[in-house]
Write a protein that binds this ligand. Structure first.
Ligand SMILES: *[C@@H]1O[C@H](CO)[C@@H](O)[C@H](O)[C@H]1NC(C)=O
Ligand SMILES: *[C@@H]1O[C@H](CO)[C@@H](O)[C@H](O)[C@H]1NC(C)=O
Ligand SMILES: *[C@@H]1O[C@H](CO)[C@@H](O)[C@H](O)[C@H]1NC(C)=O
Ligand SMILES: *[C@@H]1O[C@H](CO)[C@@H](O)[C@H](O)[C@H]1NC(C)=O
Ligand SMILES: *[C@@H]1O[C@H](CO)[C@@H](O)[C@H](O)[C@H]1NC(C)=O
Length: 472
């Protein structure tokens, strides 16, 4: 049946490529690969704003959290956590020959899409209601499908087309419409392409590449709302996400991990795929994924919050989204109120008023204090998770300097789901295993163990792909 053939075409096989290179490099061990995971404000990002101070960047990132969550109500409580990314970017090489694009990496959604040129072989993109131009942040790269030998639009009866909720059939091609919380949308033609990933792990200098044919992605031609970068990579917990698509290759598995270097460190983090995404550090705590209101979110059970010997239990297991695209952490008031009281009682620092635009519950005046002196005054906070796991949040994970001499608890109240944001995940190796249905956290020195290689003088590799393909 034609339909079955098309569905099985969605199955991918990762072509593992050994490239001939000029620089020394180790043989590919089949342990997966790592790509640079770049904070949008960091020095390595094209969106870095050198005019901002370090705390100015943190304050802006915290403020963006409220775009992803709801705007807080008069009582400072966020009623709903929705998905409007984005904080981290990753590099993709798409097509044959490859075009390098820098895309948002989003753990809260599933579709992979790229900004496609409108003059492709498929003509102008389909028109959906609400088309409006969005101002482009420079410098943008547009993917031109007509220049790639491996581009192909996807048929309406393909499995991938059926995964999307809003599609229409245009000339028997699958035109999609995809929305994010906060009203951002994109539409275009669902397509397949060959994606090539350069391994950015320390010591490899990008010489090893992994080529993956037939990745389903949205060739986006209309956008509403503010997106940065040249596209978006959905890493969420559903079938269309990049993780699931890559995971169709048995040796990679449906798993990924990242280790977020602290904001203050001037190197990029990495995103690991395949065996490297397994968290093996001592003290790793594994908790099961639980059903999520929004299917693509990674949701775990949050049972309690502990400071010293004081434990505050959630009234019932409270769902908590684990997300790299939100800076703040959100906790239900039932957990946050006692936590704030407990911390306020223990931290011997002069209080400070919170910055007007950030609804943060607890701030201190740290004039004249050194980083080490401050950290020593802040007790660890332990999150009790489902499955008996416990994750320790250190001062770095709970507090952030948000303006000159002002240190605030980077946790805000939410009326519904809790959310573990990226401040709380700094210096942790966080692994998501969709096959096992788990998330694992372990303390790590991310700059030392997982940071991306600084691009060296080595020439970029000329890849000689030798990819295999699963028969269809
Ligand atoms: C896509 O590229 C076009 C042309 O450069 C640009 O006008 C548009 O803003 C870009 N869209 C996104 C979402 O980046
Ligand atoms: C995801 O893919 C699997 C395997 O192809 C399939 O069994 C499952 O029904 C799909 N899930 C959804 C929600 O379509
Ligand atoms: C960060 O690193 C880059 C490249 O190594 C360097 O040029 C830059 O000055 C550094 N910035 C800071 C703030 O340390
Ligand atoms: C908690 O520990 C402190 C000392 O660290 C002790 O004084 C206090 O009695 C303990 N509280 C409880 C409830 O065990
Ligand atoms: C912090 O305290 C110092 C004096 O100890 C004062 O001069 C300064 O204005 C305070 N800053 C804030 C943000 O409260």
């Amino acid at each position: 049946m034609a339909e079955t053939t098309r569905v099985s075409r969605a199955l991918l096989l990762v072509g593992v490529v050994l490239t001939a290179q000029l620089c020394a490099c180790t043989a590919y061990g089949g342990d997966g690969f790592s790509v640079e995971f770049i904070h949008r404000d960091s020095v390595g990002s094209p969106f870095h704003d050198p005019s901002l101070t370090a705390y100015g960047r943190v304050a802006k990132a915290l403020a963006r959290s409220y775009a992803r969550a709801d705007a807080p109500s008069a009582h400072g409580v966020v009623s709903e956590i929705t998905s409007t990314p984005f904080e981290y970017l990753m590099a993709l090489n798409v097509g044959t020959p490859p075009t390098r694009l820098l895309a948002i990496a989003d753990t809260g959604s599933d579709l992979v899409w790229l900004n496609c040129s409108k003059k492709g072989p498929h003509g102008p993109g389909p028109a959906f209601a609400g088309d409006a131009p969005s101002p482009p942040p420079p410098p943008g790269v547009v993917f031109d499908p007509s220049k790639s030998k491996t581009y192909s639009p996807v048929g309406c009866d393909s499995g991938a087309c059926r995964e999307l909720h809003e599609t229409v059939c245009v000339d028997s091609k699958c035109a999609y419409f995809y929305g994010y919380g906060g009203g951002s949308t994109t539409s275009g033609l669902l397509s397949t392409e060959t994606f090539t990933f350069a391994d950015d792990a320390p010591g490899t200098r990008g010489e090893r590449t992994t080529r993956v044919p037939n990745v389903n992605f949205g060739c986006g031609t209309t956008f509403v709302g503010k997106f940065i970068g040249d596209g978006l990579v959905g890493l969420g917990n559903t079938n269309l996400s990049l993780v699931t698509q890559l995971g169709a290759h048995a040796s990679l598995g449906r798993r990924f991990s990242y280790c977020l270097v602290p904001y203050s460190v001037n190197v990029s983090s990495v995103l690991n795929l395949g065996a490297r995404a397994t968290v093996t550090e001592p003290g790793a705590a594994t908790t099961p994924l639980i059903p999520s209101r929004v299917k693509s979110y990674y949701t775990i059970g949050l049972l309690s919050v502990k400071v010293g010997n004081a434990t505050y239990a959630a009234p019932q297991q409270s769902p908590a989204i684990v997300d790299s695209g939100t800076t703040l952490t959100f906790l239900s008031k039932a957990l946050l109120d006692p936590l704030v009281k407990e911390l306020a009682g223990r931290i011997k620092l002069p209080k400070a008023p919170p910055p007007a635009d950030l609804q943060l519950p607890l701030c201190y005046n740290i004039t004249g204090l050194k980083e080490g002196q401050i950290a020593a005054k802040i007790p660890d906070v332990k999150l009790g998770l489902g499955g008996g796991a416990a994750v320790t949040l250190k001062a770095l994970n709970t507090f952030a300097v948000v303006q000159k001499d002002t240190l605030c608890l980077a946790i805000a109240p939410s009326a519904r789901s809790s959310l573990i944001g990226n401040v709380a995940q700094q210096n942790m190796h966080v692994g998501y295993d969709l096959d096992k249905g788990t998330v694992t956290f372990a303390a790590a020195d991310c700059a030392r163990s997982y940071s991306a290689t600084v691009p060296g003088p080595c020439p970029r590799p000329r890849t000689r792909p030798s990819h295999l393909r699963l028969s269809v």
